[in-house]
Every structure is written in structure tokens, then in C-alpha cells.
Design a protein around this ligand. Structure first.
Ligand code: FES
Ligand SMILES: [Fe+2]
Length: 468
């Protein structure tokens, strides 16, 4: 594997940052990944160190398949959506042939970003706001003002460097678009593996097998390392602690409404289940796949027998037949994690995507989707969950955010060097590379994520050692 200058600089900084006399004792190799990330504990620096963050961006985010957006975000020719893959500004755009392109959002003239907003329509091509170089929707240069100024120079319009640079690979699965900035690596479906069920589960709940993005995105900048979020999503121990006050209050009101009216709206249940007992959480299984992906199985019981649900289930059965519809409705999924950046709550049509900014700063994009062909009442449920649990205004998300910020502060301190992932070590069942927790609160989730983390980072460290 080749190492670029940026990577070598990051590794040098990394080596300096890990003065073994300060952190590990004299015998410690400053690039000893096996010491930094052990099977049951990791060194705090993997959450706080700028050089390690740079390695993550270069060797994880800028190499693996990264979620760009949903095809319905760019429905019409010229529709675009901007995003970051690692540190790289990109634009996803609908081309004239209906294909979706993912290009670096950078003018090849003097580097100006061509699209300056989150989304919009760029017409039949991109026009740079600086000197009006223009480009087709596939990124190829279209025209340059006063082209005669380049006569006799070594600049040529047919040179690839005159055009916008495309992502090395773009692919999609059931309307969810991914790009990789590396020409090498597994195909998208091999990368997703079993975790592709996130998209199957979401789409199969539509009677026509498709979802459509709701074009409202909550964007939250978390003052914590991206790994806090990823670990938290399948952390079944924290809800009844972190979210206890919300859960208990919601249950109290839910009980009162039930007493007075016979039933309570489902949104009370969204919140009241957070107050489940430790034992209840411990009985929910996590399934931990290669590449750090994972599933937290269902615990909420999202099939009430109200008229809206019964009508919806009837529509699904008509579309797919009794057996298939039943299989779709009874999949045991609450969260699917696609490591290192995506959390999908498919039964509730929610998706959260991380765009790391720095070791202690992470942007999360929070989206939800509409099941095409399903009744409006079913969409309202997705919207309730979006607003009550995942939006930045909720007590649930706010409590998580506070934990992660305080976690970041703690790991930046000198109060200890290690992060513990010891819970239920050795107590999980591993079959064909998949770890099934026998206790829902097992920290196998984090252990599995760091196994994948090491696989991404190890080649960079080995390159650095051979360079030295
Ligand atoms: S920087 Fe884009 S045209 Fe000059
Ligand atoms: Fe939480």
C-alpha cells in the first residue's frame, strides 16, 4: 500500500505524540497498534489525538464505501447534494442520463468549490462562481471563457486535470447511494454484508418496495469523537440510566392516558421503553458482523393493533402475500450500524450519518424517510420518532450528546489512560466471524468495532514502520 506525504506527516506527528516515556514506559514501541487497541480496552488517545484522527480519515473514511444520500434527494437532472467523505468535499448530482455522479466539489482552475449550498439544482451543468469555467454534470469541462488565452500553454481541455474529479467508485443499494474514493477494496455489497438488511428492512415495509427521503435534515455538531456515537447506538446498558428521567416521566403519563382512554398513542411508548429494567435490556441481543457493522435486535414491539396499523398491514399483505408480509413485519431489528459512520433504524425509517470534523468534533446528519404507498398515519409515526427521539430538540438525543461531550472531556484529561470494554468478554458466541451477544449489555459491540478499526489502520502503521 502506498503512503502519501500527508499520511507520512500524520504518522510522524503520531509518533511524536506517543512519546513512550510519557505514555507507555520505555519498552513501548510508539507505533504499537496492539498496545493502543487491545481486545478488552483501548487507549484514550484513539479518541483525542489529531494524528490518529488523520489516519482514520485517510485510511477509513477516504477508502471505504461512504453513504452519500438517497436517490430521491437528487430526483431531477441537475439536482445536487453536497457532503463530505472524510475530509473531502463532494457533490452528488443527477446526470442527464439519469445516473448519479459523485464528484469532488472543486473547480480544477483554482480550486473554488462549485456548489456552495447543501442542495439545489445546478441546471445543465456546473458553473464556477470565480472565473466561469463550466462543467457537464458528469464533471467533464464544458467551456472556459476566453479559451484563446491557453493557446501555446501546456493546458489542454482534453486533459483530465481540466475536469472535475469523480469519486473512484459509486454504487447504490435500493436507492441508497454510496461512494468510495479508492478504486480498490470490496464491492459495495461485500462491504455491507449482512448489514444490507438495514435497507431491505426499510424498503420492504413499503408496499411498493421503495422509500423516499423527507427533505428535512437535522444537522448536529457533536463535541465528541465520532466513535462515541457509533459505540452508543448498540449500547443497551445506557438507556435506562441516561434516559431514565424521560422514560419514567413518559411511562407515568402513558399509564394515565391508558387509564382514562383505554389506549395511549404509540409515541408515549417510544419514550417509555427507555425506562426498561437492566434485565430487560440485558435480554436484547446484539449481532456483530465483520467490518464493525452490527444489529441491535427489536425491543419496542412496534405492531400495535390500532386501526391505522391494521390497515397498513392489510395493504402490505395484499402487496406481498401473507407469508412474505409477515416475514417483513416481524424482522427483529431496532438499529443497524454500518461502521464507521451510519446508524439506520429501519422499522422507524430513520437514518443518521456521521461526518467527522476533528478528533473532538463530529457532524451528524439526521434523516427520515417515507414508505412509498403506505398510509399517511404510518408516515406520522416516523415523524414522531424523528422529532421525539432523534432530533436535537429532544430530551433523548440531548442526554446522549451530553454524555459524549463529558466523555470527550474525560478522555482528554490525565485522569487515566484506558477505556474499558471488559463487560462479558469471552461470554459471546462467535460463529463464522459473527459475534452474537448472550447478554444485550455485552461490550462485544465496541470490541467488534475496534477489531474493524485495527484492520483499517494497521496497514498505515505498517507502512510507517517500513518507511522509518
Ligand atoms: S476557480 Fe473556478 S473558474 Fe477560476
Ligand atoms: Fe441514548
Amino acid at each position: 500500500m502506498e503512503s502519501c506525504r500527508c499520511c507520512e506527516r500524520a504518522l510522524l506527528a503520531f509518533a511524536l505524540a506517543f512519546n513512550p516515556c510519557l505514555l507507555f514506559g520505555d519498552a513501548m514501541n510508539p507505533l504499537d497498534l496492539d498496545h493502543l487497541v487491545q481486545p478488552d480496552r483501548v487507549h484514550r488517545s484513539v479518541y483525542t489525538d489529531q494524528a490518529i484522527f488523520d489516519l482514520e480519515m485517510e485510511h477509513m473514511f477516504e477508502k471505504t464505501w461512504v453513504y452519500c444520500g438517497h436517490a430521491s434527494q437528487v430526483k431531477a437532472v441537475g439536482d445536487y447534494h453536497t457532503l463530505h467523505i472524510g475530509r473531502q468535499p463532494m457533490v452528488m448530482v443527477r446526470d442527464r442520463d439519469q445516473s448519479i455522479r459523485v464528484l469532488y466539489n472543486r473547480c480544477p482552475h483554482r480550486g473554488v468549490q462549485l456548489c456552495g449550498t447543501h442542495s439545489g439544482n445546478t441546471g445543465s451543468g456546473f458553473v464556477c462562481p470565480y472565473h466561469a469555467w463550466s462543467f457537464h454534470l458528469n464533471g467533464k469541462v464544458r467551456a472556459i471563457p476566453l479559451a484563446k488565452g491557453y493557446e501555446g500553454t501546456r493546458f489542454h481541455l482534453d486533459d483530465a486535470q481540466a475536469s472535475m474529479v469523480p469519486a473512484a467508485r459509486v454504487d447504490s443499494y435500493r436507492g441508497f447511494v454510496f461512494a468510495s474514493l479508492s478504486a480498490e477494496g470490496p464491492a459495495l455489497l461485500d462491504f455491507l454484508g449482512e448489514a444490507k438488511v438495514a435497507f431491505d428492512d426499510m424498503c420492504d415495509r413499503s408496499p411498493v418496495g421503495e422509500v423516499e427521503v423527507v427533505p428535512v435534515c437535522h444537522r448536529v455538531v457533536q463535541h465528541s469523537n465520532w466513535k462515541f456515537f457509533m459505540e452508543n447506538q448498540l449500547d443497551a446498558l445506557h438507556p435506562s440510566v441516561t434516559h431514565q428521567s424521560t422514560g419514567v416521566s413518559a411511562r407515568r403519563i402513558e399509564d394515565r392516558v391508558k387509564k382514562n382512554q383505554g389506549t395511549a398513542p404509540l409515541y408515549f411508548h417510544y419514550l417509555s421503553t427507555f425506562a426498561s429494567s437492566f434485565d430487560q435490556w440485558d435480554s436484547v441481543q446484539t449481532v456483530n458482523f465483520p467490518y464493525g457493522h452490527g444489529i441491535l435486535k427489536a425491543y419496542m414491539g412496534l405492531r400495535p393493533t390500532d386501526p391505522d396499523t391494521l390497515e397498513y398491514e392489510g395493504i402490505l399483505k395484499k402487496a406481498y402475500g401473507e407469508t412474505k408480509a409477515e416475514a417483513y413485519l416481524s424482522r427483529s431489528i431496532h438499529h443497524v450500524l454500518i461502521y464507521p459512520y451510519l446508524s439506520v433504524q429501519s422499522p422507524l425509517q430513520q437514518l443518521r450519518c456521521l461526518r467527522p470534523i476533528g478528533p473532538d468534533k463530529t457532524l451528524s446528519e439526521i434523516w427520515h424517510f417515507r414508505l412509498k404507498g403506505a398510509p399517511e398515519a404510518i408516515y406520522r409515526r416516523a415523524l414522531w420518532y424523528f422529532n421525539l427521539v432523534n432530533s436535537p430538540a429532544t430530551m433523548i438525543n440531548a442526554d446522549d450528546l451530553e454524555n459524549w461531550t463529558r466523555g470527550q472531556w474525560g478522555l482528554q484529561s490525565k485522569g487515566g489512560d484506558w477505556v474499558s470494554f471488559h463487560r462479558n468478554t469471552g461470554g459471546d458466541t462467535e460463529t463464522n466471524g459473527v459475534a452474537y451477544s448472550n447478554n444485550g449489555t455485552s461490550e462485544v459491540v465496541m470490541r467488534n468495532q475496534f477489531k474493524a478499526w485495527q484492520a483499517y489502520i494497521r496497514p498505515a502503521i505498517q507502512t510507517a514502520v517500513s518507511v522509518a
